[in-house]
Design a protein around this ligand. Sequence first.
Ligand code: NAI
Length: 371
Amino acid sequence: MLIRRTLSEVEPVADKVTSYFYALLFIRHPDLRALFPAAMDVQRDRLFTALLAAARHADDTATLTAYLGRLGRGHRKYGTLPSHYPAVGEALIGALTRYAPGTWNAATEAAWVRVYTAISQIMIDAAAEDEATSPAWWHAEVVSHERRTPDIAVVSVRPDQPYPFLAGQYTSLETPWWPRVWRHYSFSAAPRSDGLLSFHVKAVPAGWVSNALVHRARPGDVLRLGPPAGSMIVDHTTDNGLLCLGGGTGIAPIKALVEDIAEHGRRRPVDVFYGARHDGDLYDIDTMLRLQRSHPWLSVRPVVSDSPTRRLSGQLPHVIRQYGPWPAYDAYLSGPPGMIRSGVSALKGIGIPPHRIRHDEIDELMARTRG
Ligand SMILES: NC(=O)C1=CN([C@@H]2O[C@H](COP(=O)(O)OP(=O)(O)OC[C@H]3O[C@@H](n4cnc5c(N)ncnc54)[C@H](O)[C@@H]3O)[C@@H](O)[C@H]2O)C=CC1
């Protein structure tokens, strides 16, 4: 309760709180500056997003522990050590004291110290447990780089150690040109016997990592990968069909899911709606249609939204309403945040229950749009 009151007081001035927090942290502990990227734009939002998420789930121990565990494991690639947590805690309390004068008192401070101590302990424990089985990061050499459109490339890499993951998941990726700037990309193929991993990257305006990956990366360059993450995976315990909406480069994990179903060998209907703004943006349509020819249970329908076409025309959520019904289907959505939002409401509208609708977290997708 006290925590939520502080958060609602500081939420309107979140920018100021985070700037002041980092200023305090780096003045008191200059050695920690090297763990963060040179430009702090995305980082600023991340801290606050994480705090809000932790506060939002404060009463749901299982969700909170899972979330913080992932966060703690994910922090290993930054070089975070247990000894860094108290420094962060002090700077956080310092920033809240200054920007939440209306709610701050001894009881509130005690509540924050308790919550922060609990949060950091879960993160530290998860990181320590992970250390026993996984590296903090993987080096991965670019082995192929295929430009599909002027701004989209399919990049394949060979990790230096086995990289266990599931189809539908994503990783964080750092290029040698922008140290400590990490961006998320989904795996565009199910796990392969040769261990190669592939990604679909679209260069977005002012997106440092995406532009470097599309316009600069070449075979032989070495990237760093963080651990796999994401829960948009296939439930192999059911025979439900899969209704998949992939918008733009969001088709990448959908293709991985199709390959995963194919490898498991159980015939389940899979209906993919692949959306793009223009015909020429359907950069992976040949691959998807090839998969359709090999697998009778798979149907692929390209949908074009922003220009005249001989294909299906309109936005994915709108088109989906004209098909179906989808009584025994699980739905998977992947693409821009706006498409996910309207797609989820369209799917609920045609009767798919929320627990059968899967997609990556919207917050996480918003961060990706910075490229
Ligand atoms: N590269 C990857 O591994 C992955 C990328 N993504 C995300 O997918 C997105 C792909 O971006 P682009 O290729 O530029 O897509 P885009 O902007 O060209 O749009 C792709 C499709 O989504 C539809 N769409 C866009 N906004 C919509 C809205 N508000 N409501 C309904 N439909 C909408 C468009 O009509 C089109 O069919 C990015 O946001 C990216 O972060 C998501 C998962 C994986």
